[in-house]
Ligand binder design. Structure first.
Ligand code: BT5
Length: 259
């Protein structure tokens, strides 16, 4: 175990690495060996950082890569809400780092934007344990601190474009502390305050969006976020769909306003 940064919340064990394939893979490997709830894997570089559905997460040295192993002891059906718990915690920590220089925004389901660029992404994965419904999850968090990767389809941003960024250790400590606070709140009060905090800074709610699913594209109004974190889409024919996974494009047609 490395010496944790200052202001580190109790109940979280830090594993600090120079390089790893993916902090989330490492967290899963350690979960298989019985690592406890609150294990935090932090690496300075990832050789195979990834996003959803195997997409690549650019992971140069200078940015922040961490994964939290959580065994929260709640019904498997509500574990998905933890990606929003992490989202509002990371959003709060990044807003504190940015101060008045810029404002963060959330993009469904798991992006954090500054301006029109993605500054952070969150990846929630279940840890499969012998075929039983998952009781553990790994929350992977990537934040562009010093460097904005180029050449991506979706615009990226880095904290350093707006402020002198805090040392990585300090940002790591702030994110874990904010996560712990939001986790406690979620346990006590449920999803409602998390949902409210997310909606208060969300892009596209009430506006026209197009959602790309695996096999089809749907257009409509982003009407709400439901109790499970699904995007509620009101379609032109009056029908309503609750979408649990997909890509959101702000605007009526995909590709027109890719944010
Ligand atoms: C995400 O996926 O946004 C979740 C990213 C989670 C990364 C963390 S880092 C620590 C932990 N260990 C891991 O291996 N992963 C987690 P998704 O919504 O699928 O977005 C992926 C897309 O974002 C890519 O296809 C690129 O278009 C774009 N992208 C890749 N790297 C980026 C970066 N550094 N900054 C901004 N956008 C990026």
């Amino acid at each position: 175990m490395a010496a944790p940064p200052r202001a580190w919340p109790s109940g979280y064990d830090l594993v600090a690495l120079d390089e790893v394939d993916s902090t989330s893979e490492e967290a899963k490997r350690r979960a298989g060996q019985g690592a406890p709830h609150g294990t935090v894997i932090w690496a300075r570089r990832q050789s195979r950082g990834r996003g959803r559905r195997g997409r690549r997460w650019e992971s140069p040295e200078g940015n922040l890569y961490l994964s939290l192993l959580l065994r929260p002891g709640v019904a498997p059906g509500v574990l998905g809400q933890l990606s929003f718990v992490a989202g509002v915690a990371v959003g709060e920590a990044l807003q504190a780092a940015l101060g008045d220089a810029a404002a963060i925004a959330y993009k469904w389901p798991n992006d954090i934007l500054v301006g029109d660029g993605k500054v952070a992404g969150i990846l929630l994965e279940a840890v499969s344990e012998g075929g039983a419904p998952a009781a553990s999850v790994v929350v992977g968090i990537g934040v562009n601190v010093a460097l904005r990767p180029g050449g991506l389809v979706q615009a990226a941003a880095a904290l350093a474009e707006f402020v002198a960024p805090p040392p990585l250790e300090d940002l790591l400590g702030a994110i874990v502390a904010d996560f712990d606070r939001w986790l406690g709140r979620w346990r006590r009060e449920g999803f409602a305050p998390v949902r409210q905090a997310w909606l208060a800074r969300a892009r596209g709610v009430g506006a026209a969006v197009t959602v790309r699913l695996a096999e089809e594209c749907l257009s409509g109004t982003f009407a709400a976020l439901d109790e499970s974190g699904a995007l509620v889409l009101d379609q032109a024919d009056g029908s309503r769909r609750n979408i649990v996974a997909g890509e959101v494009f702000l605007g009526p047609h995909p590709g027109l306003t890719l944010r």
